[in-house]
Ligand binder design. Structure first.
Ligand code: IPE
Length: 258
């Protein structure tokens, strides 16, 4: 099986509320459609989730009744995005079905406490492509919390041991410095535990409602222990995802365990 995350920064314009990047999403789905392999997809929330979730501090859990309206509307918004992604996938010939995180997992303290692979397995057995996403979820201790798409990627990687895991980002991979600010930033082609340790010192302490880059990379390192190959590719460059799936050499960061 191949497990792919379509990052929210690729399929949406993260700076503009609820702005779907249809052309990018359609192209990525066409590339996925050419894979002809068993597939599970997870997508981020991008500007359909992050902006309002941050505004109402939904990642901190219940603080006051004033957040409840936002719990409902962010849930609605990420489903709106999910429907758009399903549309792109179906148009590309992929028989996609939606599996929201809370239908497979239960959460407390912002963490996934139990996960059932059955809802995904049943779809895969039928030749369908399950599609999950970052979402607002019920949480036993916080009353609600945010489940990131990356958390679902980790759960799915552990449950299905995919051959290949691909994260589609809006950059070529992990750089030694912020490539958006520093033109001399260099791509790290192989990222491991020691790369993470050296990042701790230099990491920009920038975090959104699902955490910092550091936390995301920590999670990818865990994922890399449960698959043959885990990589980050630039989803904005046509062909990168298709070539990565075809096993060709592509500009990327390979995330390797140990
Ligand atoms: C975010 O999920 C979920 C919500 C804010 C509701 P992700 O963290 O996976 O989304 P992206 O990929 O960063 O946009």
């Amino acid at each position: 099986m191949i497990l792919v995350k379509l990052g929210g920064s690729v399929i949406t314009d993260k700076s503009r509320l609820k702005t779907f990047r249809k052309a990018s999403c359609d192209r990525l789905c066409t590339e996925l459609g050419q894979a002809r392999k068993a597939l599970a997809v997870v997508h981020g929330a991008g500007s359909f989730g992050h902006i309002e979730a941050k505004k109402h501090a939904l990642h901190k859990g219940y603080r006051s009744d004033s957040q409840i309206q936002a719990v409902a509307s962010v849930q609605r918004d990420v489903r709106e995005l999910n429907l758009k992604v399903l549309g792109s996938l179906l148009d590309s010939g992929i028989r996609a079905v939606s599996v929201p995180p809370a239908s497979a997992g239960s959460f407390s303290g912002g963490k996934l406490r139990s996960f059932s692979k059955a809802p995904f397995e049943m779809q895969l057995d039928l030749g369908l492509t399950p599609v999950s996403f970052g979402d607002v979820v019920p949480d036993r201790t916080m009353r609600f919390s945010i489940c990131s798409g990356d958390l679902m990627m980790e759960a799915l990687a552990k449950a299905f041991k995919p051959k290949l895991v691909v994260f589609c980002a809006d950059v070529d991979g992990v750089f030694d410095r912020d490539p958006k600010r520093n033109p001399r930033a260099e791509l790290i082609t192989e990222f491991d535990e020691s790369s993470l340790r050296s990042m701790r010192r230099t990491e920009a302490r920038h975090a959104d409602v699902t955490g910092s880059i550091y936390g995301k990379l920590e999670r990818m390192l865990v994922i890399s222990q449960h698959c043959e190959k885990c990589m980050i590719v630039n989803g904005n460059v046509p062909g990168r995802l298709r070539n990565a799936i075809a096993g060709k050499q592509v500009v990327s960061t390979l995330v390797v365990p140990g």
